[in-house]
Design a protein around this ligand. Structure first.
Ligand SMILES: [Zn+2]
Ligand SMILES: [Zn+2]
Length: 134
């Protein structure tokens, strides 16, 4: 599968900029969620952190990426895969800090008190990944 970041931006009504294309490309190529710091490290050359944060915020608002907030308040992002959606738990490896989607597991459903409504729900499972368990 090839990925054209400029087509992708166009589909969401966004003009293309180097940083937007880089962020999309890095998220597409990664099989794990990336934090702004990890994205920054993977980009070549110095980048403007404010622009990076603004780009991530914009992508999040457009629902192009989904945001995973870990216990220590680190935020990681994954590109939304229409087949996987965003309604699933995530696994966080406590040794290598990797975060992956668990698209085949349903989120636990809770019985809400009368008059309550859900805005968002997230489940993070912490443990050790296959590589770290070896
Ligand atoms: Zn690990
Ligand atoms: Zn996910």
């Amino acid at each position: 599968m090839t990925f054209h970041s400029s087509d992708y931006l166009k589909r969401f009504g966004l003009s293309k900029t180097a940083i937007r294309e880089d962020v999309l490309m890095l998220l597409f190529e990664s099989d794990e969620a990336l934090s702004p710091k990890e994205l920054e490290e993977k980009m070549d050359g110095p980048i403007d952190r404010v622009t990076l944060y603004r780009t991530l915020k914009l992508f999040d608002e457009k629902k192009m990426i989904h945001k995973i907030i870990l216990e220590d308040q680190t935020t990681k992002y994954v590109l939304v895969n229409p087949e996987k959606g965003t309604q699933h738990p995530h696994f966080h490896c406590l040794i290598c800090d990797k975060v992956v989607c668990l698209p085949n597991s349903p989120l636990p459903s809770c019985q809400l008190p009368v008059g309550f409504s859900v805005q968002s729900q997230s489940t993070i499972i912490e443990g050790t990944c296959q590589r770290c368990n070896k």
